[in-house]
Design a protein around this ligand. Structure first.
Ligand code: HEM
Length: 472
C-alpha cells in the first residue's frame, strides 16, 4: 500500500512537542480524488480511514484537499490555542454549504460580525434564564406526548418525534411562538436544505445554484418557505409591539455601539434561522440516538428506569431534579460520545500555520473528526461500548479535547447548557412514562451536516406509569 506525505505539508516538531505524520489517503482518482467513496458514506469512510491511516490524514474531494485530524492535541491546537488562525470555511460573498441556508448567522459568520452577534445572543443562555425555561420544556414535552396515538403498540418514528418536540421547544423558548401547524413543512424544508448544503460543499460535481435543475428548484422552494416563516415572525413581533424578553426581542433591540444602527432584516433572518436550526436538530438527534441505545442495551435501560422511579416516582421532572439524576445525565453524555450530533468540525487556516508539527499552507481545510476522537482507544477504555458508568466517577479530567460534542474554544456551542438541560429533562419525562422498544431491524447513522438515523427509528411504546399531565 502506498503511503506518502501530502506534497505541501512539511512535518516539523511543534512547540508542545507532539508531532504527527500526515498520511495521504491512497486511491484518489485524477479529477475527483476520493469524492466517490466519500459521498457514499462519509461517516464510515472517515472512521475507516482514521483506523487505517491514523490521526492525521488528508484526502481530496475534486480540487479541494481536506485534512482529517482525529487526535485531541490537534483538536485543541485548532479550536482553542490557535483559534484566531483557524476560521470558519464560509465566505458571505460566495456562500457554500451551510451558509447557503443559514446565511451569515452565528454558526457561519466570522470576525467582527460574529463577535458582535455572539455578544447579543449569549446572554439569552445564562443559567438563570435557562432554569426558567426548564418548566416550559417539560410542559411542551407533556403536550407532545399527549398527542401520541393511543394505540401504544403502533410504532412511531421516534427520530421524527424528537425533531418535532425540540422544534416546538426552541420556538417557544426563543421566539415565544408555536410552529406546531408547520411541523411537517419545516422538518422537510430543513432536511432538504441540509442535504443540499452538505452536497454543495463535498460534491465536486454539485451544479451551481442558479441552474434550473430539479434539486436546485426544490432547494429554492424550501428556503423561500423558511424565509417566509422567519420574516413573518419578525413582522408580527414588530407589528404587535409585544415584549417577551426572549431571543427575538434581544435581536430586535440590539444596537451598534458606535452607529446606533439595529440589525438589518437579513441579519435578523440569518440569526433567527440559525437558532431555529442549530437549536433543535442537534438535540433531537442526540435524543433519538439515546432512545436507540437504551432499546439495544436492556441493562442500561433498567438502571435508567430505576433511577427515574426512585428519584421522581410520579412527580414531573424539574431543573431542580437534575442533580439527583446522575445516571440520566451520564447516559446523555455517553450518547453524545458515541453518536455526536456534530461528528466533524470544519475550519480553514487563515495563514500558514503549524499544528502538531505539521505546517499547513493558508487556505488549508481541516476537519476535526469528533466521531473518531470520541472512540479513540488511547483515550477511552472499551471505546465502542455504551458505558454511562464512565461518567459517574466524577473524574472528567481526561484530555480536554478528547470529548467535544459541543466543540471547544471561542466558537464552542452557545446552546450547550440549554441542550444539557433539555436533553436529560425530556429523557426523564418520556422515560418515566414509556419503555420504548425498537420496531425495526437496522438503524443506520447518516452524516448530513449532523449525524441522524438514516431512515428514522421506529419504536413501540410500552406504558410504565400513568401520570397526570399538566399540559398547558
Ligand atoms: C446536543 C445538542 C447540541 C450539540 C451536540 C451542539 C453542537 C455544536 C457544536 C459542535 C458547535 C461548534 C461548531 C464549530 O465549532 O464549528 C455548535 C455551535 C453552535 N450551536 Fe450547538 N449544539 C447543540 C445544541 C444547540 C442548541 C440547543 C443551540 C441553541 C439554542 C445551539 C446553537 C449553536 C450556535 C448558535 C452555534 C454557533 C456558535 C458560535 O460559533 O458562536 N446548539 N454546536
Amino acid at each position: 500500500m502506498l503511503m506518502r506525505e501530502c506534497g505541501t505539508v512539511r512535518p516539523v516538531m511543534s512547540d508542545s512537542g507532539s508531532s504527527f505524520k500526515l498520511v495521504d489517503v491512497p486511491g484518489g482518482l485524477p479529477l475527483f480524488g476520493h469524492a466517490g467513496i466519500f459521498k457514499k458514506d462519509p461517516l464510515r469512510t472517515m472512521a475507516e480511514w482514521w483506523r487505517r491511516y491514523g490521526d492525521a490524514l488528508c484526502f481530496r474531494l475534486g480540487p479541494k484537499t481536506l485534512h482529517l485530524f482525529s487526535h485531541p492535541d490537534l483538536a485543541e491546537e485548532i479550536l482553542v490555542r490557535q483559534a484566531d488562525r483557524f476560521v470558519k470555511v464560509y465566505d458571505p460573498r460566495r456562500p457554500v454549504g451551510l451558509a447557503l441556508v443559514l446565511g451569515n448567522g452565528l454558526v457561519t459568520s466570522s470576525g467582527e460580525v460574529w463577535k458582535r452577534h455572539r455578544r447579543i445572543i449569549q446572554p439569552i443562555f445564562h443559567r438563570a434564564r435557562l432554569t426558567a425555561m426548564a418548566d416550559r420544556m417539560v410542559q411542551i414535552g407533556e403536550q407532545r406526548i399527549a398527542g401520541w396515538p393511543n394505540q401504544t403498540e403502533r410504532p412511531i418514528d421516534i427520530a421524527a418525534e424528537m425533531m418535532a418536540l425540540t422544534l416546538e421547544v426552541i420556538s417557544h423558548t426563543m421566539f415565544t411562538t408555536s410552529v406546531a401547524h408547520h411541523l411537517d413543512h419545516i422538518g422537510r424544508a430543513l432536511r432538504v436544505s441540509l442535504r443540499y448544503a452538505f452536497d454543495s460543499f463535498h460534491n465536486p460535481l454539485h451544479p451551481p445554484t442558479w441552474l434550473p435543475t430539479r434539486r436546485n428548484r426544490e432547494f429554492h422552494q424550501v428556503t423561500a418557505f423558511l424565509d417566509g416563516l422567519i420574516y413573518d415572525l419578525i413582522a408580527e413581533r414588530r407589528r404587535s409591539g409585544a415584549r417577551h424578553d426572549d431571543l427575538l426581542d434581544r435581536l430586535l433591540d440590539a444596537r451598534d455601539e458606535e452607529t446606533g444602527a439595529g440589525l438589518t432584516d437579513r441579519e435578523l433572518r440569518d440569526e433567527a434561522l440559525t437558532i431555529f436550526a442549530a437549536g433543535h436538530e442537534t438535540t433531537a438527534n442526540a435524543l433519538a440516538w439515546t432512545w436507540y441505545l437504551l432499546a439495544t442495551h436492556p441493562d442500561v435501560k433498567a438502571r435508567f428506569h430505576e433511577e427515574l422511579d426512585h428519584v421522581l416516582g410520579d412527580k414531573r421532572p424539574t431543573a431542580d431534579d437534575l442533580p439527583n439524576l446522575p445516571y440520566t445525565r451520564a447516559l446523555f453524555d455517553e450518547s453524545l460520545r458515541l453518536f455526536p450530533p456534530a461528528p466533524a468540525i470544519q475550519r480553514k487556516a487563515a495563514t500558514e500555520t503549524t499544528v502538531g508539527g505539521l505546517t499547513l499552507p493558508a487556505g488549508s481545510v481541516v476537519l476535526i473528526g469528533t466521531y473518531n476522537l470520541h472512540r479513540h482507544p488511547a483515550f477511552w477504555p472499551d471505546p465502542d461500548r455504551l458505558l454511562p458508568e464512565r461518567w459517574l466517577k466524577g473524574d472528567r479530567s481526561f484530555s480536554r479535547c478528547a470529548y467535544i460534542p459541543f466543540g471547544a474554544g471561542p466558537r464552542a456551542c452557545v446552546g450547550t447548557h440549554f441542550a444539557l438541560l433539555e436533553g436529560p429533562l425530556l429523557l426523564a419525562l418520556i422515560g418515566q412514562r414509556y419503555d420504548l422498544r425498537l420496531a425495526q431491524e437496522r438503524v443506520e447513522p447518516q452524516l448530513m451536516v449532523t449525524l441522524r438515523p438514516k431512515d428514522g427509528i421506529l419504536m413501540t411504546r410500552h406504558p410504565r406509569r400513568r401520570l397526570a399531565t399538566s399540559a398547558a
